[in-house]
Design a protein around this ligand. Sequence first.
Ligand code: ATP
Ligand code: MG
Ligand code: FE
Length: 344
Amino acid sequence: MLVLGIETSCDETAAALVADGRVVRANVIGSQWERHRPYGGVVPEVAARAHHELLLPVLDRTLAEGGATYRDLDAVAVTHGPGLVGALLVGLAAGKAVALAHDAPLIGVNHLEGHVYAAQLEFGTLEPPAVALVVSGGHTNVALLAEDGTFATLGTTIDDAAGEAFDKVARFLGLPYPGGPEIDRAARTGDPAAIAFPRAKQDGSYDFSLSGLKTAVVRELRRREAAGQPAPIADVAASFQEAVVDVAVDKTLHAATDRGIEQVVIAGGVAANSRLRERMEAECATRGLRLLAPSPALCTDNGAMIAAAGTNRLALGERSALDLGVDPNLALTGPVAVAGGERP
Ligand code: ATP
Ligand code: MG
Ligand code: FE
């Protein structure tokens, strides 16, 4: 089963060829970072235009690298939400065109479900139940992938998303966009205990609040500036990162142990963070939990994760009609399939 995955929800123009929902034959990402960098963040109109320009070359390269033609495709999987409306429309239109022209089934995929299914590419299977921490540019979710294959959101952010907090703090520190990888790098030479930043919502819930932490960083930088001291970039980066990681690890593992679930998945761009991965690994090992952490390249947006999630949906007999629309606010709910696409 060879599936073409197309992903254009934000600022990555991506496509991939995936066999049987787990073997990546090609995974091509046309990044737009350089186009958005002057603005310090993603500009929706710039993103939509860039997808329009980049998508066909990205598709050509994907087929060439995967040694396939459009005629070899068994299906087309495409992100239809959540994300930027204009950006989503470009990928969805292309996916429909390929499906229609080559008589292949079309399946619309939830981008967040795609992030979670990156674990299936890395580990070959993703057998529910699991607790998933989905931390990305626009989302922060502790989700339950239930035995029956459905997702339920256990907790979410009441203000900033995790990736958004990383990007904003990086901007305050004068680091370029996207800020997550920059903070990760800067933090390596910093002391995570240098500054006691707040850990919000220590209330037993699985919800997050990150805007207070962001404000605390700004206050700390202003205080140093007023005192005529240079900004301690590495220490601020390390201390901020530690605060986010502390809360994310704590809430995710609480959700798993509260429900007696022994598998933890981390997903989304922030799951590429080296400190989050290190701490999750250590804490899961201590508690006897199995951690499924996709390699960093599969954590950030890509077409392979969309093909993987789409393959499972197709195996359930799901198909999308050619009048499928985009949904910028699509939630992480609804039925999903089990490992390898077969349901018992
Ligand atoms: P969403 O998935 O919510 O629709 P998105 O697709 O834009 O948003 P992703 O591509 O999944 O988000 O993730 C991008 C985010 O991940 C950015 O905020 C980026 O700064 C962050 N990120 C990437 N690498 C790292 C890292 N090593 N450490 C921390 N954050 C990171
Ligand atoms: Mg992105
Ligand atoms: Fe994403």
